[in-house]
Design a binder for this molecule. Structure first.
Ligand code: GUN
Length: 305
């Protein structure tokens, strides 16, 4: 069994990004963050993304809104960012408060600045296997982890647990896309007898947000395990009173797996690295350079704004 070191692979990607950022000077890629309310996880994720942008030589900005912000106020801000030529990427951190429709807010982001890949247009392009938009960062990071760890996807049976728009659905699309060629089964919270499916997985992606749901008896010997879960569970031994665990029972599953991602230090750093890569690519494209982010799955078609 080997552990996939997400920190090391993300670092490699960030080095590649950094050298491309240096090459387009004096233009500086700029990602604009929008955060609503004070959800502690969102505060920590956005702060990590801003720190990483600075390390990669990129600019970031952050606009905070109160929990009860109206859709119209958010739209007005997004319209300003869309119109600002110095902004290359826009990210509205999810989750949003219940009175706002995430899809409606995401869809206000200009297609060419959608570095998160959550707009209807970007997800449609992904489903159609067309280039010119960005794949969501966590799914794109998972594919990059598999590729850089030498995992053969063609002909493999990939089982995805979770059907969210942020991870489950797009990762299933990417895994089954032409050129990646996995056979994909999508399971979710209403799937009866989950283990019946997970035991068949050559590649198992757990993205359902249930601490240590995947146990050793649910895993095929030699499987590749990708754990997307970030769950905080109580731990009296920790200063903060809690610790992070994934959706996989790591200690018991790891000995059975051929490759496995840890939590933390697996998929998490890849999400951030792919956001930087997408923002850089959006900037390069705005500067008239050829797109490099998502390789064309089929014949390349020119990007149209
Ligand atoms: N919340 C959790 N993951 C993500 C992400 O990748 N992008 C955004 N915008 N919100 C998130």
């Amino acid at each position: 069994m080997s552990i996939i070191d997400g920190n090391a692979i993300a670092q490699q990607i960030l080095l590649e990004v950094k050298s491309r950022v240096a090459a387009i000077a004096p233009i500086v890629p700029h990602v604009a963050f929008v955060r609503v309310g004070d959800d502690p996880a969102s505060v920590s994720y956005v702060s990590k993304k801003q720190k990483t942008a600075a390390e990669a030589g990129m600019k970031s900005s952050l606009r905070l809104f109160a929990h009860d912000v109206s859709k119209e106020e958010l739209f007005a801000h997004l319209d300003t960012l869309n119109a600002d030529a110095s902004v290359h990427g826009i990210l509205v951190q999810a989750p949003l408060p219940g009175h706002l429709s995430e899809t409606e807010i995401f869809n206000r982001i200009s297609r060419n600045k959608d570095v998160d890949g959550f707009t209807t247009s970007s997800l449609g392009q992904l489903a159609q296997e067309l280039p010119g938009t960005f794949a969501p960062c966590t799914p794109a990071g998972i594919l990059e982890l598999l590729k850089r760890s030498g995992v053969k996807t063609a002909g493999a049976h990939a089982v995805v647990i979770g059907r969210s728009l942020i991870v489950g659905k797009p990762v299933a699309l990417l895994l089954s896309a032409r050129g990646t060629d996995a056979t994909v089964t999508v399971c979710h919270s209403r799937t009866p007898n989950l283990a019946r499916f997970t035991r068949e997985a050559d590649i198992l992606v757990a993205a359902i947000g249930k601490p240590r749901l995947v146990t050793a008896d649910m895993v095929k010997p030699g499987a590749v395990i990708i754990d997307v879960g970030i769950n905080r569970i109580p731990d009296a031994a920790k200063k903060t009173g809690c610790r992070l665990v994934g959706d996989v029972d790591f200690d018991n599953v790891a000995p059975k797996a051929s490759l496995i991602t840890p939590v933390p230090g697996g998929v998490g750093p890849m999400t951030v690295a792919m956001l930087m890569k997408n923002t850089l690519a959006a900037c390069e494209r705005a500067a008239g350079m050829p797109a490099q982010s998502r390789e064309p799955a089929t014949a390349p078609t020119p990007f149209k704004a």
